[in-house]
Design a protein around this ligand. Structure first.
Ligand code: AMP
Ligand code: MG
Length: 347
């Protein structure tokens, strides 16, 4: 079933979709970050279907989406002062908090057997309506085949997942374009396990301290124990090989990209900035513009659909212009590093 929310969603249709969720079916729906593929979080069998549809490793736990702050206490327990403050400030929104799991409520498959649970309250009105009308928490990872770029518009998602779910709800392009900021509080300090739209700077301002887990920017080594299972897995990657290039100096960055275009005899796609377009010597059709360096929101919003577009060209290599690691640049560089499987050059 396909529903275009903007054109004709009635309470009746909302009921149909929510009944599907209650009855153990999968539904794809928009949130403000990326689209989710959701199931009733209380239903182990339904949640199992998510892992099968995505080909997701079973050791990678899911985020549980609830409608309001009071619902958090249904699934989590022993919430500390710092956690409370984070919930107050950043929820609803593109923010996920890892909390102590309330025993005996959620099936183990949701949390991959951990004694913690990832909780989020989406702000998106469609997501809110679905959660509220369903009356159950919804376990939902990003709507994409595991390892591929996350789904941020329906065309991309339909190609990968439409036949594997009972309903797809089209809410247009997602607002943020990157997955939520994932935070766990350790010794009263918020630790960012996955950066997102809510930046380290914003968290520090609220709590007075923040840390970024070391695996946000470095490759997990074989057998290493990680704070978040998702860190271990391949992510956000097109099939074409990608390389990430960054310099504080624009001219150096452009020089390095041109050098590689030459090396690969032009069989490249460049994902780059409007202001560099005229200096990068690649044909018009092989330059994919991500907007201005001064508008990272635009870059974040479009990055996954751009990566898919770049992949369709089937070039030898995709060269991606990096950004400074601060503000939203922290999240963008985290995703791009993984897209490029850490093939990163800083000049
Ligand atoms: P996704 O659902 O694809 O957006 O990914 C959710 C992210 O949150 C993954 O990186 C998971 O590993 C991480 N996550 C979910 N639950 C937990 C948890 N209990 N502890 C640590 N990380 C978690
Ligand atoms: Mg994902």
């Amino acid at each position: 079933m396909y529903y275009n929310w903007e054109e004709k969603t009635s309470t009746e249709e909302l009921k149909v979709v929510c009944n599907l969720i209650k009855n153990g079916e999968l539904v794809i729906f928009p949130t403000e970050t990326v689209y989710g593929i959701g199931a009733n979080a209380f239903d182990a069998e339904a949640v199992g279907k998510i892992f099968i549809a995505k080909g997701r490793p079973s050791d990678n736990p899911l985020i549980v989406h609830v409608g309001k702050k009071a619902d958090i206490e249904e699934i989590a327990t022993d919430i500390t002062k710092v956690e409370e403050k984070l919930i107050e400030r950043f929820m609803p929104g593109p923010f996920t908090l890892i909390l102590k799991k309330k025993p005996g409520v959620l099936p183990d498959i949701v949390t991959a057997g951990l004694d913690t649970v990832a909780v989020r309250i989406p702000k998106n009105l469609i997501a809110q309506a679905i959660i509220t009308f369903s009356g159950v928490p919804i376990a939902a990872p990003s709507a994409n085949i595991s390892g591929r770029p996350s789904g941020t518009n329906i065309e991309d998602i339909k190609q990968e997942l439409e036949t594997k779910v009972s309903a797809v709800i089209d809410g247009g392009n997602t607002e943020v374009g990157l997955e939520s900021t994932v935070v766990k509080v350790v010794d009263e300090v918020p630790v960012i396990l996955r950066p997102g739209k809510v930046t380290p700077e914003e968290i520090r301002k609220e709590i007075g301290a923040v840390r970024i887990d070391k695996n946000v920017f470095s490759k997990v080594s074989e057998g290493e124990v990680v704070a978040s299972p998702g860190m271990k897995h391949r992510h956000y990657a097109p099939k074409t090989k990608c390389q990430l290039i960054y310099s504080k100096d624009d001219q150096d960055q452009i020089f390095e990209i041109n050098k590689r275009i030459k090396k690969y005899r032009g069989d490249v796609v460049v994902i780059g900035f409007t202001e560099h377009k005229k200096d990068i010597v690649v044909s018009e059709s092989r330059f994919i513009d991500v907007g201005s360096k001064d508008n990272l929101d635009e870059f974040a919003k479009n990055i996954y659909s751009i990566l898919r577009r770049a992949d369709h060209i089937k070039a030898q290599i995709i060269l991606i212009e990096g950004v400074e690691i601060s503000g939203l640049g922290v999240a963008i560089m985290n995703r791009l590093l993984r897209t490029c499987e850490y093939d990163y050059t800083e000049i």
